[in-house]
Design a protein around this ligand. Sequence first.
Ligand SMILES: Cc1ncc(COP(=O)(O)O)c(C=O)c1O
Length: 409
Amino acid sequence: MIDTEQIRKDFPMYGRGGMYGKRPLHYLDNAATTFKPRQVIEESDRYYTEICANTKRGDYALAHDADVAYDESRETVARFINADPEETVFTSGDTMGLNFVAYGLMPRLHKGDEIVLSQEEHASNVLPWFRVARLTGASVRYVPLTEDGRITPENLRETVNENTKVVSLASLGNVLGQPLPVRELAHIAHSVGAVYVDDGAQSVPHSKTDVRETGVDFLCFSGHKMLGPTGIGVMYGKKEMLEELDPLFYGGEMNARFDSSCGMSLSDVPDRFEAGTQNMAGAMGLAEACRYLTSVGFGNIRDHERKLKRAAVDGMLANGNATVYNAGTDTGILTFNVNGVFAQDAATYLGDRGVFVRSGTHCAKILPEFLKTQATVRASMYIYNDEDDVKALVEASGHAEDFLDVFFN
Ligand SMILES: Cc1ncc(COP(=O)(O)O)c(C=O)c1O
């Protein structure tokens, strides 16, 4: 069980008596980014205060210590997703990882080939593929969602064929929060010879991830959505897939040698994807975030989010003035509209009461066609949220028709 009072002691953002200025702090925008515990902040700081040297290139003791910390961070993060360190590439975040994969797979794509996505995908798992499709002559197809917005193995099976070269799906969508049966979906993609890419931006922070179990070819995620620092993320790839992938960036420390006649050979994986000076402090902070989440336990995280989500759905339905788009999912994302109130107005009204939620399309700009609404409000929960946060959300939403008060009072 999660003791939120205890957990909040680790988070400096709750250090001002649970207030943000004059408002109570009900932070419910965790799908956008999360707060950071002091353990993560201190571990990142340790790079700057104790072992500040560049990695992979120094022959002195300080550089060696920085190398060891960077390598150990990679080992910790790899263990966290049950991968090998050589399959675990540090990136600046999920978006960079997905771009690495999409551009890197270009040699596999030709006219007539198909890339399969869903209507719920985030821009970062759509636009790189649009671009690569345009450059290669491949086309994009969408696996149809069920009426309640799910991606099912049956629907994927009916979408893929011998032309499908890539299937790239978020294992937890950032709007409807539906968890995917990744293992089964990856198996279907593999049955037609396609590469399976898992966008884990929302799933990795909230559920145990095991790339050996799911069998995905690539998995990308961001540190900042899982209590880690900004500017650091991971691209996991099966070793043989990484070895096939063309690196997107060239520069220092990703090559083994080059000469004046344009000859070059690349470093081994994962180094060949880490051109230039890396985010050492970020890597160390991300490793600490992995340790922190492991000690909280994903079973506890799931139960906690499930409980908060249930309470939020019940409260919204009892209010009777809202449309909830994902009442049936038990992950910590609640997407809704207060009837008759534009999503941004509702979010502004809630924000005025210290309930910080997101409104708009949440970067999933195809999904509104499916939801038949222009924009939605999204409340997303994490380990430090409690019943009071949910109560404040429900209470304020119950009065969100009064949103004009924010502007005129
Ligand atoms: C499902 C999904 N994919 C990709 C991203 C992009 O992540 P980042 O901005 O950290 O690169 C997000 C961010 O919200 C997301 O929710």
